[in-house]
Every structure is written in structure tokens, then in C-alpha cells.
Design a protein around this ligand. Structure first.
Ligand SMILES: Nc1ncnc2c1ncn2[C@@H]1O[C@H](COP(=O)(O)OP(=O)(O)OP(=O)(O)O)[C@@H](O)[C@H]1O
Length: 201
């Protein structure tokens, strides 16, 4: 099952195009890097792939079909700020189980300690919280993971751990990934190929 953007164009204001005619195909198990200047629309493109925004022109397909917003979304997005991606009024146990019930093996792989499940989001570090956001996104129905500056705020050890786990999962499950980062070394290390987003203006 491929994830593909075909001739996708997007603008927040009429006629003020952020990008036009963007094409991208990601194969199962493939890890693609997305780079480009600040403000070129990388995050917006990620949101289109994950179904958070709808293209103004063109279309995003998953397995040849238009994206559906019903049920568990097979394209999951994890972004830079985990604290903005969780409900502060829920304990971690409930947050991590929003889309599926992560098994102990997945939690262990991501270095999530059982005791953290009983905590509130503000009782965890950014790195600990991001591990939960990754676990939440890795349901068995996830076919593609969109990682938008996912480890930018984390220390080097946590970064390395998370990427090693995700590379293994991508290979074992044939899960495709799009990795957005300004860090060239990370992109080179993790991705099979790189595409560049250019400003439309
Ligand atoms: N909801 C919104 N409404 C209006 N404009 C927006 C909205 N979200 C983003 N923008 C604008 O769209 C442009 C692209 O933003 P986006 O976050 O997609 O870029 P980016 O390439 O991911 O940038 P960075 O590398 O700095 O994270 C920016 O100029 C931004 O101000």
C-alpha cells in the first residue's frame, strides 16, 4: 500500500500558494526525508498527508484510495511539541490508549516505564512525553508515520533510541515514514532518500 500525493497544491489565503503541484510517493517500509527552508510548507504538507488538512487542488491517496477520516487513521502524525499533542487533563495511561492499547513490548521498546502510565503529562519530561506520542501512533493499523521535527527538542540519547526503534519497526512491519528535519546528519542516517520542498513564491 503506497501513500501518494498527486499534484497537490495548498494555500491558507486564496491564491497565495504555499506549494503547487507537489508529487510524492512513499512505498511500504520506505523512509523518506523532507527538507526545505523554514516556512516552505513542510508541516502543512505533513498535515495533508495525515488528513488534518485537505488539498486545495490535487489529492492524497492511500493504497490508491482517497484518504478517509473514518476510524483509526492509517497515516499517523507525530510532531515537535508533545505537550501540545496530549490532553493535559488525562493521565498517560488514557492518552496512550486513545487509538489502540499498546502492548508492554511496544512500551518497553520505547523505554516507557510502567510507573509513568499513572502520571499526568506535566509530570513527564519532553522526551518521556514524546515516547508516549510515538507509542500512541504505532497502532497495528498504522501504515505510515509522519515524523515532523519529531526529535528536535530531545537530547541525543533519546533521539538515537527513538530512531533505532522506529527504523526497526518500519522494516519489520513495512511501515513507511516521512521524516521532516533541519538536521542533515539525521536525515542522512535514517532516510533511504530525500525530497526537497521549494517555496512556490
Ligand atoms: N493555520 C494557518 N493559517 C495561516 N497560515 C499558516 C497556517 N499554518 C501555517 N501557516 C503559514 O504557512 C507557511 C508554511 O508553514 P509551515 O509550518 O507549513 O512551514 P514549514 O516549512 O514547516 O516551516 P518550519 O521549517 O519553520 O517549521 C508559513 O508562512 C506559516 O506562517
Amino acid at each position: 500500500m503506497q501513500l501518494s500525493a498527486r499534484e497537490v497544491s495548498f494555500c491558507y489565503q486564496p491564491e497565495q500558494w504555499l506549494f503547487q503541484g507537489m508529487n510524492l510517493v512513499i512505498d511500504p517500509g520506505e523512509i523518506v526525508g523532507l527538507i526545505g527552508p523554514s516556512g516552505s510548507g513542510k508541516t502543512t504538507f505533513c498535515k495533508l498527508l495525515a488528513g488534518y488538512e485537505t488539498p486545495v487542488a490535487g489529492e492524497v491517496y492511500l493504497g490508491g484510495k482517497s484518504l478517509s477520516n473514518k476510524g483509526y487513521h492509517p497515516v499517523q502524525l507525530v510532531y515537535q511539541h508533545p505537550e501540545k499533542a496530549v490532553n493535559p487533563h488525562w493521565k498517560m495511561k488514557r492518552i496512550v490508549s486513545e487509538g489502540w492499547n499498546p502492548d508492554k513490548e511496544t512500551l518497553d521498546l520505547l523505554g516507557i516505564e510502567q510507573e509513568w502510565l499513572e502520571r499526568w503529562p506535566n509530570e513527564l519530561s519532553g522526551g518521556e512525553l514524546q515516547r508516549f506520542c510515538v507509542a500512541r501512533a504505532l497502532g497495528p493499523e498504522t501504515r505510515f508515520l509522519i515524523a515532523d521535527e519529531m526529535t528536535t527538542m530531545l537530547d541525543a540519547i533519546t533521539q538515537a533510541q527513538l530512531w533505532t526503534v522506529l527504523q526497526n519497526i518500519a522494516r519489520e512491519r513495512m511501515m513507511g515514514m516521512l521524516v521532516v528535519s533541519h538536521e542533515k546528519s539525521l536525515i542522512q542516517r535514517v532516510c533511504h532518500r530525500v525530497v526537497e520542498m521549494k517555496r512556490a513564491f
